[in-house]
Design a protein around this ligand. Structure first.
Ligand code: MG
Ligand code: MG
Length: 272
């Protein structure tokens, strides 16, 4: 069942999402060749606790760390290890935080040093597909409209859209109803209503959409070994329109990137 949130609850989710946004901004300034995912994971855990929250993923379904860190051909759910990042890598960093009983949960795929142009394009298209999807999260639409838009956009670039993993509702639980697939048919699925809060998170492969899982029981990889990208935002439906609760602003501040990509999803009463 979809849990509709009050305005107060949406503010609480925004607060938790903000902890994640700031954590990813901190990570952005630390990511470089030679740094290990495990080191970054430790920084993130301390940062989240210092901001009055708890790591949202740590211990959830027995996940052993604070961050999901998934380099290159890893799609999502990578376990941070001590293998240093290398020049030319990409790495998806997915982070959750629990504060005041509500979860924030979003992700960004970072470039490490100098990344190949075709991989940069995968990142750009995947991030754009996130906003293409968010635009469809509005009154009158259904879950299938979001998935359809993301799928169309990514497949038009020749990319593979992962089917086995999906976005989700968000609130007092990390994963609430409805599931938010990155594929689908127009006009199908659950109807959107004001007060819904979701995490939309395209997982897009440069090659085949097929995936496999490592024996660690967590790590998801592309079946063909080609790179995969992952971006995630948290969004509330307010007055019939999508409103971002998460922001990549802290990442862009850390990396010196100018962007107004979030502007259309900002409304009054924004804290960021
Ligand atoms: Mg999520
Ligand atoms: Mg996530």
């Amino acid at each position: 069942m979809v849990k509709i949130k009050t305005a107060e609850e949406i503010e609480l989710i925004r607060e938790s999402a903000l902890v994640v946004s700031k954590t990813l901004g901190m990570i952005a300034s630390e990511i470089k060749p030679g740094v290990s995912p495990l080191y970054l994971d430790g920084l993130a855990e301390t940062f989240i606790r210092d901001h009055g929250a708890e790591p949202g993923f740590l211990g959830m379904y027995d996940f052993p760390n604070t961050l999901n860190m998934s380099p290159n051909a890893q799609v999502v759910h990578g376990i941070p290890n001590d293998t240093p990042l290398e020049d030319g890598d990409i790495i998806s960093v997915d982070c959750g935080a629990l504060k005041n009983g509500y979860y924030g949960d979003h992700a960004y795929t970072f470039e490490v040093g100098d990344v190949a142009p075709e991989t940069k394009k995968l990142l750009a298209v995947t991030k754009e597909s996130l906003y293409v999807g968010i635009r469809e999260f509005k009154l009158g639409n259904r879950v299938g409209d979001v998935g359809f838009a993301i799928q169309q956009f990514c497949e038009s670039h020749g990319y593979g859209v992962v089917r086995e993993l999906v976005g989700h509702g968000l609130g007092t639980e990390l994963h609430e109803s409805p599931e938010m697939p990155n594929y689908g048919k127009r006009g199908r699925g659950k109807k959107f209503a004001d007060g819904m809060v979701v995490a939309i998170e395209p997982m897009i492969n440069m090659g085949t959409r097929r995936i496999r899982q490592l024996k660690d029981g967590w790590t998801i990889l592309t079946a063909d070994g080609k790179p995969s990208a992952h971006f995630e935002h948290n969004i509330a439906l307010v007055d019939g329109k999508p409103q971002l609760l998460s922001t990549f602003k802290y990442i862009y501040d850390a990396l010196g990137i100018e962007s107004d990509e979030e502007k259309e999803f900002r409304q009054d009463k924004q804290t960021v």
